[in-house]
Design a protein around this ligand. Structure first.
Ligand SMILES: *Cc1c(COP(=O)(O)O)cnc(C)c1O
Length: 495
């Protein structure tokens, strides 16, 4: 299977090359030329397998230049029991019409581990295939969870260097601690003066800087991205939509073939887009509920077809969704435009020049067939955490709560009672201060570890080992730089 750019410079590449490159030369994102389709029988057959085997099967449909043995090896290295426990993506049944897919049982307690524990192995294999004997430099801008998950995935992986930039005031105390204590002989972490979009723009500028790329190539380096625009990040995420579906059937929540909804806390549009791919591959899905916080640019887009980034940026208690430009939306545009890469390129150009674009009516109708957007403010987020805990004894983090509330809003306006799976993207421990605040607890905000212990008393859930260990880990990275200094920081670190 070959991949092409959403902006269509006609370049066609193998999966391996799409993964090593991250971004296409014309600035577009790589998309598969055609999609594999699974019959219902094929879908149900994966229910008999464990998660690693499910992953190998779905990955094999897309990464046709990898052998089954190679993929088997990659998934076994990624989803180990030591890192993910017995079940990497358990489906918890919460009420009669709702289950929660917990995607945070990996080493950094957030869903990004699902992809980022696998990506380094796919990348190393991809480099073997493309014959590039360069060292890969992973640059990542993060609103918190990606950074740590990427660091944890790439740390000490031979043939790679990783540099992570996070908005200095845009991540939680725990997230900051997780990154500043990262060990590894190939890792570097910088705080950025600015928000996530500033950091992301800085990284995009570096990727687009041809002179810099040439200079680094002379030194034996090539850039790649661990951000969710990389196809190697997206494809592992398709797996758990299939996995959740077959688990729901096995638990007799639905009959095989019945359509279900997925509610997804959304930022860069990567997670939910993976679900859309699963649907296009034959998974029976009625609708995706795209949940946003006060940064509700996607809600407006999904209802009106207008994407307008010219708006106030809010720092919320669900910071991994604090985003004005959702990069992966470009892939959705490509599909709803009927693969008209020229149209996509022109929307993206307009976004760059004017800060907004509007899709055509027939495209919007297509989008609305599959997606419903809803946004949830700070008060509602906290109220939801408190209410769901008091009524159902389920503690969720702020991002998950946004999706829970968005699903409730969808049910009210649509009168759609379809069984729904809500994707839970972070452990409540990762945002313990906000969760405790929502539960009405008083605490010392300056002691993140006291928070963890208090949350344990209330919830009875075990503190994730890696979070507990932060208490004794030394600080290794404390540099804060401006966006303009990012290029220099990369060069200095590598040459
Ligand atoms: C990254 C992240 C999201 C947003 O996922 P996207 O793929 O960027 O839409 C939501 N919740 C948490 C906890 C995250 O880390």
């Amino acid at each position: 299977m070959l991949y092409t750019s959403t902006r269509g410079n006609q370049e066609m590449v193998s999966a391996a090359r799409a993964i090593t490159r991250g971004l296409a030369d014309d600035g577009g994102l790589y998309v598969p030329q055609q999609l594999p389709v699974l019959s219902l029988d094929e879908i149900m057959a994966i229910g008999k397998k464990n998660y690693t085997a499910r992953a190998a099967e779905i990955l094999g449909k897309f990464l046709s230049d990898f052998s089954a043995d190679e993929l088997g090896e990659c998934v076994k290295k990624a989803y180990t029991k030591a890192k993910f426990g017995d079940e990497p993506a358990p489906l918890k049944h919460i009420d009669h019409a709702t289950s929660v897919l917990e995607l945070w049982h990996g080493p950094t307690s957030a869903f990004k581990d699902m992809a980022l524990q696998l990506l380094p192995h796919l990348l190393i294999k991809s480099l073997e295939k493309t014959g590039e004997n360069h060292k890969v430099v992973i640059l990542a801008a993060t609103s918190g969870d990606t950074g740590k998950a990427a660091l944890e995935g790439f740390a000490n992986v031979e043939g790679t260097e990783i540099i992570v930039f996070y908005p200095e005031h845009g991540v939680s105390d725990i997230q900051k601690l997780q990154m500043s204590t990262q060990q590894g002989n190939n890792v570097k972490v910088f705080g950025i003066q600015g928000n996530f979009d500033d950091a992301q723009r800085g990284v995009k500028d570096i990727f687009g800087n041809v002179a810099m790329a040439e200079k680094l190539e002379e030194e034996g380096y090539i850039f790649s991205s661990a951000n969710s625009i990389n196809w190697g990040r997206l494809v592992p995420q398709i797996v758990y939509y299939f996995s959740a579906y077959v688990d729901a059937v096995r638990a007799k929540r639905i009959k095989a073939g019945e359509k279900i909804n997925f509610a997804v806390p959304t930022g860069n549009f990567g997670n939910i887009l993976a679900g859309y791919y699963a649907k296009m591959m034959g998974l029976p899905v009625e609708r995706f509920i795209c949940a946003s916080n006060s940064n509700n640019v996607l809600t407006e887009f999904l209802s009106e077809g207008q994407y307008d980034r010219r708006r106030e940026f809010f720092k919320t208690i669900s910071p991994s969704m604090d985003i004005l430009v959702s990069s992966n939306l470009e892939r959705l545009l490509y599909h709803v435009c009927g693969k008209d890469a020229q149209a996509v390129a022109s929307y993206m150009q307009t976004l760059k020049e004017k800060g907004c674009y509007k899709i055509r009516r027939q495209e919007l109708l297509k989008v609305r067939d599959d997606f419903f957007g809803a946004w949830v403010d700070e008060y509602e987020t906290k109220e939801t955490i408190a209410r769901v805990f008091s009524e159902l004894r389920y503690v969720m983090d702020t991002h998950t709560a946004v999706a829970w509330r968005a699903l409730e809003k969808y049910r009210i306006v649509s009168v759609d009672g379809t069984y729904s799976v809500e994707l839970s993207t972070a452990s409540p421990y990762k945002f313990a201060d906000s969760v405790l605040g929502a539960l009405g607890e008083k605490f010392d905000a300056n002691d993140p570890f006291a928070l963890l212990h208090r949350l344990k008393e209330i919830s009875g859930i075990k503190i994730p080992e890696q979070l507990a260990a932060l208490e004794k880990s030394p600080q290794l990275h404390d540099e804060v730089i401006s966006v303009e200094e990012m290029e220099m920081a990369v060069l200095k670190n590598l040459i």
